[in-house]
Design a protein around this ligand. Structure first.
Ligand code: FE
Length: 198
C-alpha cells in the first residue's frame, strides 16, 4: 500500500507564489487520487511488494492505469520536496554543474522556462542527469525519466508540474506567470542534496 506523503510545510507556505487552495487540492485530491488509484490497480498483484521506483523501472510491461498513477505518485512526491517557502539560492554543486552544461545559471533558467512554456498539454519538465550531463527534458502526462521506456532517461534533479491543476486557480491560463513564480519557491537546499547524491 502506497501512502500520500505529508507535506513538510503548510498549504499556505508558498504564498503568494502558489496559493494555499491550489496546494491543498493538488496534494489531497490530485496526488491523493493517484495514490488511491495506484493501490486499487495493484491490489492482489505482485506489484504490491515493489517500491515505486521498481514499478517505474518496469512500467513498459504494465497496464496504463499503473503507469499513470505510479508516475503521478512519484512525480508529486518529488515535486513537494523540491518546493519550499525559503527558496534561498542554488548550491555550489548545482551552480557549477549548470555552468558546465548550460554556460550559466540564467541560461539554464531560460531554457527550463522555455521548455515549460512550450510543452503542449499536460506534463512535466525535468532537469535530469544523464551519463553525467545535465539535460532538460519534457514528459507527457505523468511519465517521467525513471520509466524504463522513457525517451530520455536520467536522474531527476528538478522538475515542474505543468498540468493546469498546478496553477489554474490562481494563474488561470497564464502558465508563464506560474513558471515565473515557481522560481521563487524552489527548495535549493533539497536540489543541492539531490544533485550531490546523483
Ligand atoms: Fe500535479
Amino acid at each position: 500500500m502506497f501512502e500520500l506523503p505529508k507535506l513538510k510545510y503548510e498549504y499556505d507556505a508558498l504564498e503568494p507564489f502558489i496559493d494555499a487552495k491550489t496546494i491543498e487540492i493538488h496534494h489531497t485530491k490530485h496526488h491523493g487520487g493517484y495514490v488511491d488509484k495506484l493501490n486499487r490497480a495493484i491490489e492482489g498483484t505482485e506489484l504490491e511488494q515493489k517500491s515505486i521506483e521498481e514499478i517505474l523501472s518496469s512500467v513498459s510491461g504494465l497496464e496504463r492505469v499503473v503507469r499513470n498513477n505510479a508516475g503521478g505518485h512519484w512525480n508529486h512526491s518529488f515535486f513537494w520536496e523540491i518546493l519550499s517557502k525559503y527558496g534561498g539560492a542554488p548550491g555550489e554543486i548545482f551552480a557549477k554543474s549548470v555552468e558546465k552544461d548550460f554556460g550559466s545559471f540564467d541560461e539554464f533558467k531560460n531554457k527550463f522556462t522555455e521548455s515549460a512554456l512550450s510543452l503542449f498539454g499536460s506534463g512535466w519538465v525535468w532537469l535530469i542527469k544523464q551519463d553525467g550531463i545535465l539535460k532538460i527534458v519534457q514528459t507527457s502526462l505523468q511519465d517521467n525519466p525513471l520509466m524504463d521506456d522513457a525517451k530520455e532517461k536520467g536522474i531527476p534533479i528538478l522538475g515542474i508540474d505543468v498540468w493546469e491543476h498546478a496553477y489554474y486557480l490562481k494563474h488561470q491560463n497564464k502558465r508563464a506567470d506560474y513558471v515565473s513564480d515557481f522560481w521563487n519557491v524552489v527548495n535549493w537546499n533539497k536540489v543541492e542534496e539531490i544533485i550531490k547524491n546523483s
